[in-house]
Design a protein. Sequence first.
Length: 286
Amino acid sequence: MISEEQFNKELDLIITNAIREDVGEGDHTSLSCIPADAKGKAKLLVKDEGIIAGVEFAKMVFKYVDADLEVETFINDGEKVKYGDIVFYVTGRSQSILQAERLVLNAMQRMSAIATKTRFFVDLLEGTDTKVLDTRKTTPGIRALEKWAVKIGGGVNHRFALYDMVMIKDNHIDFAGGITQAINKTKKYLADKGLDIKIIVEARNLEEIEEILDNGGVYRILIDNFNYEDTRKAVELIGDKCLTESSGGINEKTIRNYAECGVDFISSGALTHSVYNMDLSLKAVD
């Protein structure tokens, strides 16, 4: 996974680009009708229920827009919220609050939806040792936010991008001429480059799992689109030789069954690509 420093750089880029995109040369509506020195206060109001996420990101946005804005927090990231809850108050220059408003809401609504769905999946696995993983099926440009939301919801981040972990999937295997060829070429490449990153290999059947194990040096095997019976066989075959991950159309109706097959992880693109934003508002208060 990427370092905390790299992750924070991603967040900085998101904020800088989002403010550039939304504010541009200036918020002419606010500039035209609100005095520059006018002070105001607004509340982050919940109009839904679920897991709140993005509070700490909102503080970063407010600080970027105006370091003098003050945030008073009542509900923290990862906590349950219901309709009518107030997450925080922000106080300071009214123009600054309005400049930050849309980015704060867009981010928090999206992040809270992802955290809520992740927590739902995590709760379905209670009592098992299986953890929920996200994927790279994220919204371009805001991956850091969406993966942060998965962690807030109790999930585990998969690789962040193509550069921090090797994941040999079906197309790589076919283009490379087979599993053994793909693994051997990968090991040589990593050795030549002096890279210390983990290798995950996808298996489409039990025979491919055996071939992967014969080559060794793999961190995790992706047991992709297996039924329950074959998943249990795969887990037994792999044993403690490496970690296991199930994927492929797994949903709330099937996730528990796959966990009970004994896999270490279950990955789901739905955590980030199939959510409905939580309804939140930033409302001015007296």
